[in-house]
Design a protein around this ligand. Sequence first.
Ligand code: FPP
Length: 246
Amino acid sequence: MKQHSNNRATPAGGLHVAVIMDGNGRWAASRGLPRVAGHKEGAEAVRRVVRAAPSHGVRTLTLYAFSAANWKRPKTEVAALFRLFHTYLRREAEELRENGVRLRVIGRRDRLPAALRRAIEKAEAATAGGARLDLRVAIDYSARQAIVAAAQRMMEMRGGADGEHEFARLLGDVTHWDRPTPDVDLLIRTSGERRLSDFLLWEAAYAELYFSERMWPDFGEEDLDEALSAFADRDRRFGGLSAAAS
Ligand code: FPP
């Protein structure tokens, strides 16, 4: 069991790691395979990383599986992705439960197929007691849309709203997250791309960013460990001074 706790700003309860799982399509194309084959292999990488995360000090893991902008992709690819999510939820819920993983899907739900919505609710209910890892899978997610929706809710409220704190709670509400909105400690993006792509813009205000050249389907425990080692070496100051200077 490897812990990455030498960073003085590591939260006592464990880390929140968020991942933009990029490169499935390129992984497949480089092998002469259809894009969907890359997504299937990407689901295997999800399994590996979810299994490994708790023993590496990760308490919350947020995975970007389908952005609101991904609706622009061909209908066949969108349908294949939804089938994959459905299969994952159906097949993995039991193992997740046994391993103390609490799964929640964050994002909009009103545009998802009804069968997928039901599978989400079922997997969430089955894993609700998990206390080792909060696994948040972002589907039909847009940070901007969530921020706008939370701002609208806040405007509808009359008085008594405690600024930032209340806003963070509403941000959870509008994305079907049911706990205080957790700040991201480490945000990983694979495949050599260096963008945030509308992911957790509020929650990642002080996140350390880590870009891996690895295509997501090849990503595994060692890569997670490498990212966490790099994170442990960062000097997180949150606008203050480093330990040495103060
Ligand atoms: C980005 O790669 C990846 C996605 C849009 C889909 C992510 C989905 C998975 C990893 C499948 C399994 C997920 C779960 C939760 C079971 P891309 O297709 O944009 O790759 P490219 O940039 O190389 O084209």
